[in-house]
Design a binder for this molecule. Structure first.
Ligand SMILES: [Zn+2]
Length: 384
């Protein structure tokens, strides 16, 4: 039951962020106890959609002026976000100094705390409870995600847009330097307040339970870090591809680290599991479904996640594990937005083959059943 509730909860919250048009965001936890009730899930969905309006502020620098004015115009909706968007107070701890004083496996942070790594900055909200090795874990997962896709967090198409870092280390943590030559990934971890995790090119927001082995298997952490990595490379490739890349990473990183990826059960095609998703549209006309799901108002379905997970698994298998890197490289040379699905399809064909969708359709029935069995087998040791 717990597993099922987790899955339903995830579905509702993923949709929630999408509602606000924040394409970099998705996987959510944090509404424990509400996910198995549709009405409650909708309420959370609405609340989260409101909360996520402010996230677009960081979408990229070109958009930042625009979204500031949007934010002003939309002051009512943003009012509840102050806690998460205000620069932190200057009374802060430094993580390594804190760890020198504390001995426990789990650390309860009594002050806002920061950590400056070579490749990321971590900011932890006062009140959060995290494993003491959180910074090492982040580093490890970043390295594994880079290896998985052949991409680097060091690359950043929008390198000049240092909004997240400037915001926190310029205004909030006055006097604490964060040199320009450091990789500009800003990771913020809050004590859980029932909101939703999200990611963009420069920053990612988590809740402490995402790192707590007692409460989470790490899937959301892996998923959002994959978004950051991918979105740094090129314009947004649309929800089907981006969410597929997030989900595929979630699955593969969990396998590598030997942690269970329960969230993947909702994607399996297997006689022993009843899934509510109907794959007939994607089987009948894979290209049409790709276009529709990419362009759809993402408020009410899981289509893009379902399609994307299968599609990225197929791409990695059929066109080599560097396919996402090649796709990103080709996409970085173009000017487009996620709505330009024609351009996205062109880039896909250029990078893979003219008949990529036909081949996907042919691969799907057997290919995805094989992957599904692999997913289920991987969960058996964890009590499936
Ligand atoms: Zn996502």
């Amino acid at each position: 039951m717990k597993k099922r509730r987790r899955i339903l909860r995830l579905a509702a919250l993923c949709a929630a962020v999408v509602l606000a048009g924040n394409l970099g965001a998705c996987q959510g936890t944090g509404a424990e106890g509400t996910g198995d009730d549709t009405e409650a899930a909708r309420a959370v969905q609405k609340e989260d959609a409101d909360k996520s309006t402010v996230q677009e502020e960081y979408a990229n620098a070109d958009a930042s002026k625009e979204s500031s004015s949007e934010k002003e115009a939309d002051g009512e909706a943003d009012a509840g976000n102050d806690e998460q968007t205000q620069a932190p107070e200057a009374d802060v701890d430094e993580l390594s100094e804190l760890l020198a004083r504390e001995t426990g496996e789990m650390i309860s942070f009594e002050k806002n705390t920061y950590y400056l790594g070579d490749r990321f900055a971590l900011w932890i909200e006062k009140g959060a409870v995290l494993p003491r090795d959180v910074a090492d874990k982040i580093k490890e997962v970043m390295e594994k995600e880079e290896a998985l896709y052949g991409l680097s967090y060091d690359d950043h198409l929008f390198a000049e847009n240092a909004t997240a870092r400037d915001f926190f280390f310029g205004d909030g943590f006055r006097g604490i330097p964060y040199p320009e030559d450091k990789v500009n990934v800003m990771i913020r971890v809050y004590k859980n307040d029932g909101a939703v995790e999200w990611a963009d090119t420069n920053e990612v927001v988590f809740f402490d339970e995402d790192f707590d082995p007692e409460k989470s298997s790490g899937e959301v952490f892996y998923h959002e870090m994959a978004h950051v990595l991918r979105l740094r490379q090129s314009p947004n490739l649309g929800s089907v591809l981006e969410e597929g890349i997030g989900n595929y990473a979630e699955w593969r990183i969990a396998l590598e680290l030997g942690t269970p990826c329960w969230e993947m059960i909702q994607y399996v095609d297997d006689d022993t599991y009843l899934i509510t998703f109907d794959p007939s549209a994607m089987l009948e006309d894979p290209e049409k479904a790709f276009r529709e799901y990419t362009l759809a108002d993402r408020s009410s379905s899981q289509n893009e996640y379902q399609y994307g997970t299968r599609f990225v698994a197929f791409l990695m298998e059929e066109y080599g594990t560097d396919v996402i890197a090649r796709l990103s490289e080709a996409a970085a040379k173009r000017q487009f937005t996620w709505q330009n699905v024609d351009v996205i399809e062109e880039i896909l064909r250029e990078t893979t083959s003219e008949d990529v969708f036909e081949r996907f359709g042919a691969w799907l029935p057997e290919g995805w059943r094989r992957c599904s069995r692999e997913i289920l087998d991987s969960l058996i040791p964890f009590g499936l």
